[in-house]
Design a protein around this ligand. Structure first.
Ligand SMILES: C[S@@+](CC[C@H](N)C(=O)[O-])C[C@H]1O[C@@H](n2cnc3c(N)ncnc32)[C@H](O)[C@@H]1O
Length: 390
């Protein structure tokens, strides 16, 4: 017998205990989960700064558990409930500190989630260690896991590279804690003791979901996940037990200005989804003429001549731009970026990839990823290309 579920209430905050709410949501209905659960900080006593002001620590009841076993039981329960609502292609992020993350990690593995990364959030402006008895605790850890090992999941690699000025994004993230205007306050007091910075959620949501996806946050707090999801044209579902936090979160999320959806602004193109363009097509269509000289690299290395059939001739050897490049480098080679032509307008050697870009722009061809060539810019794909050419 199949159970009936109401449709997923997207873009809303549900008040209640996530252990009770999650089982009411339809199975396999969300694309991404971000969870910032209670850390079970076990703070023993008030903490005072050297200037005798009280540190505003986390001493809320929702962060307290009688024993570590009770915390483990709670963790196992919400992670199990999350697994049910996550699509098979879905991923889940959990953030924690040394107080809880090792316990969370073990339970995650026990429940057959598959760990994709652990990311260290290095706090640019951590709270000092006021007693001077230990190192300043300047980071938190995030686990990024997928529901099913080997399932296809979303990772917007090129969007991450874009955020990082063209370099691969690493697993150590340097982001300030939430302060200033972003920090919600009422009557001068913080609304919530552990409001997370939007920059952290921005990176997570941009990387591991797509426009229109549903992001679930079972410990919604002030709604940082919802605010960023809205900005990035994703949907959210929030669950939060405390009505005061819900009030603040609703106000915050509803106040987010959502810019009109414009695909180039919000979607990073993935080269893997671009149509395959054989070099011969550029010759055929006059983007480059037979007889033109190509230069290997920009520093006066080997030269080749473009042939009428789309091959090139270099030192008596005839072959594709990739085959000749591979022979010259004696290793995996992407001919598109290695061969250059002389551009009379800019008076510079320009990679022939520029011509391919122009060709694509003019013809606007797209094909299904399954038919794509292996010519993206990472080594694995180059390696695949070599094997395919062989
Ligand atoms: C660490 S805070 C999350 C803060 C949030 N990420 C933000 O940026 O504001 C954890 C939140 O979970 C809520 N909470 C604790 N236990 C809960 C439960 N069983 N179900 C739903 N919410 C719960 C707390 O009230 C608290 O707001």
């Amino acid at each position: 017998m199949t159970e009936d579920y109401s449709p997923l209430p997207v873009d809303t905050i549900i008040q209640g205990n996530c252990l009770e709410i999650l089982p009411t949501l339809p199975p396999e209905s969300v694309d991404l989960i971000f969870a910032d659960p209670p850390y079970n900080l076990q703070l023993q006593a008030d903490l005072w700064r050297p200037n005798l002001t009280l540190v505003d620590g986390v001493d809320e009841d929702w962060d307290k558990f009688d024993t570590l076993a009770a915390y483990d039981e709670f963790t196992r329960a919400w992670l199990t409930a999350c697994r049910r609502v996550l699509k098979p292609s879905g991923t889940l992020w959990v953030i924690g500190s040394y107080h809880n993350i090792y316990r969370v990690g073990k339970i995650i593995q026990d429940l057959n989630y598959w760990i994709l990364n652990d990311v260290v959030w290095v706090k640019a402006n951590p709270m000092p260690n006021f007693r001077g008895m230990r190192y300043t605790n300047a980071h938190e850890t995030l686990l990024w896991v997928q529901k099913e090992k080997d399932a296809k999941y979303t990772f917007n690699y090129h969007a991450m590279k874009g955020l990082n000025e063209g370099l691969q994004m690493r697993s150590d993230w340097f982001i300030p804690i939430c302060t200033g205007v972003e920090r919600l306050k009422e009557n001068g007091k913080k609304v919530h003791p552990t409001q997370k910075p939007e920059a952290l959620l921005y990176r997570i949501i941009l990387a591991s979901s797509n426009v229109g996806d549903v992001v679930l946050d079972p410990f919604f707090g002030t709604g940082t996940t919802g605010a960023v999801a809205r900005k990035l044209h994703r949907h959210f579902v929030g669950i939060e037990i405390d009505p005061n936090y819900i009030r603040a979160a609703n106000k915050r999320v509803n106040g987010i200005l959502q810019l009109e959806f414009d695909p180039p602004v919000f979607v990073t193109p993935d080269p893997k989804n671009l149509a395959r363009v054989p070099f011969g097509a550029l010759v055929e269509q006059g983007f480059i003429e037979p007889g033109v000289v190509l230069y290997f690299g920009t520093d006066g290395g080997a030269q080749a001549v473009v042939l009428a059939d789309g091959n090139i001739l270099c030192d008596g050897q005839r072959g594709s731009i990739h085959e000749i490049a591979r022979k010259l480098r004696n290793g995996p080679s992407n001919g598109w970026t290695l061969w250059h032509y002389w551009d009379a307008q800019t008076k510079a050697h320009v990679p022939i990839d520029k011509l391919r870009e122009a060709y694509r722009q003019q013809s606007q061809i797209r094909i299904e990823p399954a038919e794509m060539p292996d010519e993206a810019d990472d080594t694995q794909n180059l390696f695949n290309e070599q094997r395919k050419n062989d």
